[in-house]
Design a protein around this ligand. Structure first.
Ligand code: MSP
Length: 496
């Protein structure tokens, strides 16, 4: 079934972490919004997410808890799945890099790259901690000492496989030229070109012998595949590349877009296309490098993460409020600084005062004045306004400019609220001869709300459904209660 309206979108696969924070939810929510948007427009969507489970860090973390890596991981992965459930993430497929089909596929890929001469065996020079039997790179050392035990390290060499990344500089530059959208926003291209490609790409070490928790190279015992080679290919193995567990590679590949945080853009826009070129495979259409959520300018990560727990947030203000805030407050391509005040103000002004209030007063007036719904009775001005809003919304969504897309919708809602104040339906209601006008006003309001709810569906699926239900006669309930910002901030500082 060839469907030209296919849309394949991915998030990065996450390092299993017990402390998921709102920084982690950011990219996944954005991907979910895009996936829902495309489905709503009739696309056949594949939305892939998952977890990236190999590497020394996991081996060490599991050992610390006295667990086997897989045991340790199963527990954490359950937590991640729970988080995506909370956040209403509508992924179509979830990959674990420990899935058997992925492991076997990566072994085949590694062998294929080797047989094509894109991978060769060489020597990796670094530092060795004798008591720990651990091999470290210069950058992994802490104050020049072993990061595990703090003892002195010595120069050492390790046999390792290398990927000939150095051969791909020209072709990657050509790719950026030819496929203008390959890497967006545009600023990311300059970063890649100036920091990595112009200075000269180096061959990259793609196997390790110093730890075990990875995919074994099946033709050379003791070597495990470098995590980034293992991880990047998830985007294809999850569709069936080099395995029979799935069957839709032809259908969905190449990906329409990989959403990734800015710190991992280089793996996605240099190493990834280079490996695909080596295998003569089609390249993804686009890599979008989004910004970070920060607190006081610092990336939200493990230590800062606890400050904003998505579960607490969702319970106090609803999941949709969180989804909306993330997409509306920050420009997707740039960093954005989180504060509780920004968040509370945003929820209040947009969701409680603008959207919530409009829906509540419209339905209250409709009920009170006994107005029948009639889609034909809408003011022409609003037909134009809403069709312009839809066009603007779509144009922004196609650019992943979520903030601007939402601004378009809320601009229209603002205009609609003003229309209520201008037409003063409560005055019209007093005069029987103005009944026709009153019917037009109420139906125009309903019309604007209905279109807005449709557009907001990918961002706030529950809220949009609730609005639609209320328009259809369901019991009235406030969508977003007004928050007393001062009191709430006091509460948060005492309990946060
Ligand atoms: N496992 C790799 C990705 C491999 S993809 C083939 C990885 N995992 S991660 O868990 O560290 O990060 C997953 C995603 O979360 C990244 O895109 C990262 O940028 C994003 N974020 C983590 N903290 C973030 C913020 N504070 N703000 C926005 N996104 C952040 O990297």
């Amino acid at each position: 079934m060839a469907n030209s309206k296919r849309f394949y979108i991915t998030t990065p696969i996450y390092y299993p972490s017990a402390d998921l924070h709102i920084g982690h939810t950011y990219c996944t929510v954005a991907t979910d919004v895009m996936a829902r948007y495309k489905r709503q427009r009739g696309f056949d969507v594949m939305f892939l997410t998952g977890v990236d489970e190999h590497g020394l860090k996991i081996e060490t973390a599991a050992a610390k808890e006295g667990l086997e890596p897989k045991e340790f991981l199963d527990r954490i992965v359950a937590g991640i799945l729970d988080m995506w459930k909370l956040m209403n993430i509508s992924y179509d497929r979830f990959i674990r890099t420990t899935d058997d089909y992925h492991v076997k596929a990566v072994q085949k890929i590694f062998r294929e790259l080797y047989e094509r001469g894109a991978i060769y065996k060489g020597k990796y020079v670094g530092k060795y901690c004798v008591p720990c039997e651990s091999f470290w790179t210069e950058t992994q050392l802490e104050n020049g000492k072993c990061p595990d035990c703090g003892r002195d390290v010595q120069d050492a060499e390790e046999e390792a496989y290398f990927f000939k990344q150095s051969e791909y500089g020209e072709r990657i530059l050509e790719l950026y030229e030819r496929q203008q959208d390959f890497l967006t926003p545009k600023s990311r291209i300059n970063e890649m070109v100036n920091n990595f490609i112009k200075p000269g790409l180096e061959d990259i070490c793609v196997s390790r012998t110093s730890f075990k928790w990875g995919i074994p190279v099946d033709f050379d015992a003791g070597h495990v595949v470098y995590v980034w080679v293992d991880a990047l290919f998830n985007y294809m193995t999850a569709l069936g590349y080099m395995n029979d567990a799935h069957n839709d590679l032809e259908h969905y590949w190449p990906a329409d877009v990989h959403f990734v945080g800015k710190e991992i853009v280089r793996f996605h826009s240099i190493l990834w296309p280079a490996m695909l070129m080596a295998l003569e495979l089609p390249l993804p259409k686009q890599v979008y490098g989004h910004g970070w959520l920060t607190i006081d300018g610092q990336k939200i990560g493990k230590s800062l993460g606890n400050a904003v727990d998505p579960y607490v947030f969702a319970e106090r203000y609803s999941v949709d409020a969180l989804r909306y805030f993330l997409m509306r407050e920050f420009a997707f391509g740039q960093d954005g600084d989180f504060t509780w005040e920004r968040m509370l103000t945003r929820i209040n002004s947009d969701l409680a005062n603008n959207l919530g209030n409009l829906v509540a007063r419209t339905l209250a007036m409709q009920d009170k004045y006994g107005i029948a719904s009639d889609a034909d009775k809408t003011a022409p001005e609003f037909r134009t306004l809403m069709s312009e809003t839809c066009a603007e919304f779509d144009a922004q969504m196609e650019k992943f400019a979520f903030q601007s897309a939402l601004q378009a919708v809320f601009g229209a809602l603002d205009r609609t609220n003003k229309y209520v104040d201008e037409t003063t339906p409560w005055t019209l209601a007093k005069d029987e001869s103005k009944r026709g006008e009153l019917e037009t006003v109420i139906n125009t309001l309903r019309f604007a709300i209905e279109i807005a709810a449709y557009l907001l569906t990918p961002f706030m699926p529950d809220t949009a459904a609730q609005i639609q239900a209320q328009l259809n006669g369901a019991e009235r309930a406030a969508l977003f209660p007004r928050i007393d910002v001062k009191k709430e901030l006091e509460y948060l500082t005492q309990n946060g």
